[in-house]
Design a protein around this ligand. Structure first.
Ligand code: AMP
Ligand code: MG
Length: 494
């Protein structure tokens, strides 16, 4: 087997400018570990626009890129680490850490931003517990497809730079082709990272982490004495805003454990996630979420629960008096529902083209959702159908119940701050025509897994790159699944 080695001139040739700011934090933050080399790596996906924005000059045929993204060769200047963290998984606290991921370092982009470059599925680490440290091709391509779709939909998210197959099998319920994903993130600091230090009662570590997170994600907070409360409030804003955006596009994360909540406010850790077809707040995809803890309609509530765990972890930093800390934290956590509602309502107004604000708007929006639920209407397509000057000639839109709602909405648009044509244009820019429909994603992953055929993955990525535009050949990607096509379950496949 090939050993990782330092590449001669990767830094100068390809635009890599790696820093290791996280690796330089105190020892408890991470374990130093190299990726485990793989037998026969093959590049199956490379995100050219992302590479470019990172200042990288990469090519599909580039042997060096394959070696780097498989972990077979280390980038010059990389100090690879597995990050330590904990998390509440389905409500229970556990010590975790990167069991199958390795942070190669942070890329400094030409515009000066810092992004984590992480390999996922790169072999065992000291945090692997009983896991093999590997990943299967299906889940890695699912993360690639959905995260890219989310990015194009304008939702904050980690992104995927590359997927390589390893040429080695991984053993799950069946034997599957192994793969490694290269993930790009604003950082991989999670609520669970704070819980890790709180759980060890390491207040110094907690403070170092909080200061690092502030400097990296919330520099405007600065050095004020009350900076940790400001951090809590800022994370509440970003998480509430993020989850409101998920709700507005019908995204179900599937595993909102606290180790999957990024302090940066990006969507992270795409497991059994999927987009809802017919509108139903009870929508669950994850095969292991049998109680519906992470159902679509529960996401805002779970968001607040996760923020409460973050606030708890921060207690030692909020005040030297524990009672006072608890009072401060509680007050902040209780703001979450209102903050969330604010983001949700302003986003939903835009989805219906409501530029000005009226008190009855919420009722109008909720009446539409109730109708969609009752008639099992497709969430994405209903909003897109409404984003036109005159309504599509569909039977369900002729029904009395809908017509009553529609004329109220038309009246409301008549009182709008802008002309209807402009409102419709705005609606088309935020109500997507194409989303990664679960049945299509599954079909693409099956072809990739079973026949090593990536053509449908590529086609999906191409269509999803422009979610707000419509072309004559889009039909297949815009149609809700028929009852026989419907995929109700997704698997963690870890
Ligand atoms: P996730 O469900 O992906 O959020 O992962 C939860 C935890 O399990 C994290 O600490 C992962 O690093 C770890 N993990 C998941 N899959 C594996 C695996 N195949 N080998 C080792 N650790 C894993
Ligand atoms: Mg995770």
């Amino acid at each position: 087997m090939q050993k990782p080695s330092v590449s001669g001139n990767a830094t100068t040739d390809r635009g890599w400018r790696l820093e290791n700011t996280y690796a330089q934090l105190p020892e408890a933050f991470s374990a130093r570990v190299n990726p485990v080399p793989v037998r026969a790596p093959k590049l199956v996906a490379l995100n050219h626009p992302l590479a470019k924005s990172l200042g990288l000059n990469l090519h599909d045929w580039d042997e060096e890129a394959v070696a780097i993204f498989s972990g077979n060769r280390l980038l010059e200047g990389s100090e690879p680490i597995a990050q330590a963290y904990a998390g509440h998984q389905y409500g229970g606290f556990t010590m975790l850490g990167d069991g199958r991921a390795i942070l190669l370092g942070e890329q400094r982009t030409p515009s000066g931003q810092l992004f984590d470059v992480q390999l996922k599925g790169s072999g065992q680490t000291p945090f692997s517990r009983r896991g093999d440290g590997r990943a299967a091709i299906g889940p890695m391509l699912r993360e690639y497809i959905i995260s890219e779709a989310m990015f194009r939909l304008g939702v904050p998210t980690t992104r995927s730079l590359a997927v390589v197959t390893t040429g080695e099998p991984v053993y799950r319920d069946s034997t599957l082709p192994g793969a490694i994903l290269t993930r790009i993130a604003a950082s991989h600091i999670r609520v669970g990272t704070f819980e890790y230090f709180a759980g060890r009662e390491d207040v110094n570590g907690l403070q170092v982490l909080a200061d690092y997170a502030i400097a990296r994600h919330y520099p405007e907070i600065g050095n004020k004495p009350e900076r940790y409360l400001h951090l809590l409030k800022a994370v509440i804003q970003r998480q509430a805003s993020l989850i409101a955006q998920w709700q507005q596009i019908g995204f179900v994360h599937g595993v909102m454990n606290t180790d999957n909540v990024a302090i940066s406010g990006e969507t992270i850790d795409y497991g059994p996630c999927a987009f809802m077809d017919a509108y139903d707040p009870n929508t669950v995809f994850s095969s292991i979420d049998s109680y519906g803890r992470y159902a679509y309609g529960n996401q805002p509530k779970i968001g607040q629960w996760n923020i409460a765990r973050f606030a708890e972890a921060l207690l030692p930093l909020l005040d030297s008096d524990r009672e006072k800390s608890i009072a401060i934290a509680t007050q902040a956590v209780h703001t979450f529902p209102d903050v969330y509602q604010h983001y949700w309502l302003s986003g939903m107004r835009l989805k219906l083209g409501l530029i000005s604000e009226e008190d009855a708007d919420r009722e109008l929006i909720e009446a539409l959702l109730a109708w969609m639920h009752q008639t099992q209407s497709d969430f994405t397509n209903t909003f897109r159908d409404l984003s036109t000057e005159s309504l599509a000639n569909e039977k369900k839109y002729q029904a009395e119940a809908f017509q009553a709602w529609y004329s109220k909405w038309q009246d409301r648009l008549g009182r709008n701050a802008v002309a209807k044509a402009d409102a419709v244009k705005q609606m088309q820019a935020i109500n997507p025509a194409v989303i990664p429909r679960n049945h299509l994603v599954e079909e693409a992953l099956e072809a990739a897994t079973e026949q090593a055929d990536y053509s449908f993955v590529e086609k999906l990525l191409e269509v999803l790159a422009a979610p707000f535009s419509e072309t004559s050949e889009d039909g297949r990607y815009r149609t809700a699944p028929s009852p026989t096509e419907h995929v109700y379950q997704t698997y963690c496949g870890t």
